[in-house]
Design a binder for this molecule. Structure first.
Ligand SMILES: Nc1ncnc2c1ncn2[C@@H]1O[C@H](COP(=O)(O)OP(=O)(O)OP(=O)(O)O)[C@@H](O)[C@H]1O
Ligand SMILES: [Mg+2]
Length: 334
């Protein structure tokens, strides 16, 4: 029987219908309104989710040619994320599940990014090493089973996507900045400016991206507004290369430290072409298979939440009626 999955942790309103690991429909409605603020405004995101969540769920059900009464469970992102945004998805999921007395499966968003790799076609079986790089997180996840992961290293300050979005804003690109920065970088020279690759001498597996952002601010100050506009492609290329370099250096180090038979990616930054190429090259050199999850399953989506839900405890009715969302998660094993 089909399962409905709902994801509203940030600014994308998402619903999907799955039959086990098979995605029957996957609908994503991205909120364009945040562009003029240069970042996600939590209150605006929550209000948009309220407007969008019912039509997005209906579109997902229609796409899967199924109805609400045919569902056997509802999976929903419980956290981490923006609390107001999460509550819209959680309340919607409860309102669909409770009258039908079907189970609700509160799911971890980051487990979702990992679990995107478990979907058909070509699901990846644990154990594997997963680099998660998104708007709010950057971490190396050791995945030993389907039910969770161990955080082997994570960012000490900004997430990679957050740094990319701030750089894109400085370069006059839209929000979110990743796709625009990637397009602009393709026409620039990554060696034209020197950007620091932070933490490269640090023996651990943690990341840091705030110094890179500061370096861009200083280079921009020296160049002046016109200079930045003239050299925007070179700046984008250099910045992107420094991000990719740090991510791939740490991924390589984690492969040195552990006995991982495969590598996977997750999170919005994993949609980045040069990152995917660099990881593919690293894996080729090491003779390790690299699972390339589709770009649509890297950025936020509900199919990945349905996938994680398959390995998460389902709450029977009425256990979930008082269940609350959580904004932040604990470091360590999930
Ligand atoms: N092609 C790309 N290149 C680089 N970055 C990209 C690309 N596409 C999207 N991104 C970045 O991915 C991020 C969004 O990823 P995602 O949707 O997983 O994040 P999030 O859900 O906001 O954060 P989290 O998953 O940590 O809660 C943004 O910072 C965006 O700029
Ligand atoms: Mg995400």
């Amino acid at each position: 029987m089909p399962q409905l999955a709902i994801e509203t942790s940030c600014d994308d309103t998402c619903a999907a219908v799955l039959d086990g690991p098979v995605v029957l429909s996957n609908v994503i409605s991205s909120q364009a309104d945040h562009e003029r603020y240069g970042g996600v405004v939590p209150e605006v995101a929550s209000r948009h989710h309220l407007d969008l969540v019912v039509p997005v769920v209906e579109a997902a059900l229609a796409g899967a040619e199924t109805g609400m009464d045919d569902l056997d469970s509802v999976a929903v992102t419980a956290g981490p994320g923006l609390i107001g945004a999460l509550l819209v998805g959680l309340s919607t999921a409860k309102a669909i599940a409770a009258p039908r007395r079907i189970p609700l499966i509160p799911t971890d968003h980051l487990h979702g990014h990992v679990a995107a790799n478990f979907l058909e076609p070509d699901p990846l079986e644990p154990p594997f090493l997963c680099l998660i790089a998104s708007g709010g997180h950057t971490m190396l996840a050791g995945v030993r089973d389907h039910a969770g992961f161990e955080v082997l290293g994570e960012t000490l300050d900004d997430a990679a996507g957050e740094a990319i979005d701030k750089a894109a804003r400085m370069l006059g690109l839209g929000f979110p900045g990743g796709p625009g920065l990637e397009r602009l970088a393709a026409t620039g020279d990554p060696g034209a400016f020197t950007f620091p690759v932070a933490m490269s001498r640090d023996p651990g597996l943690d990341f840091s991206f705030s110094g890179l952002k500061t370096a861009l601010v200083y280079i921009g100050r020296d160049l002046g507004e016109e200079g930045v506009a003239e050299r925007a492609a070179d700046l984008a290329a250099g910045f992107q290369a420094a991000i990719v370099n740090q991510l791939v250096t740490k991924l390589g180090r984690a492969l040195d430290d552990g006995d991982w038979p495969a590598v996977a990616l997750g999170g919005g930054v994993a949609a980045n072409g040069p990152l995917r190429e660099a990881v593919a090259t690293l894996c080729r050199e090491r003779g390790i298979p690299f699972k390339e999850v589709s770009r649509e399953l890297c950025t936020d989506n509900a199919a990945m939440i349905g996938s994680a839900a398959r390995f998460t405890r389902a709450l029977p009715y009425p256990e979930y009626v008082g269940f609350d969302a959580f904004a932040t998660g604990p470091r360590g094993s999930r």
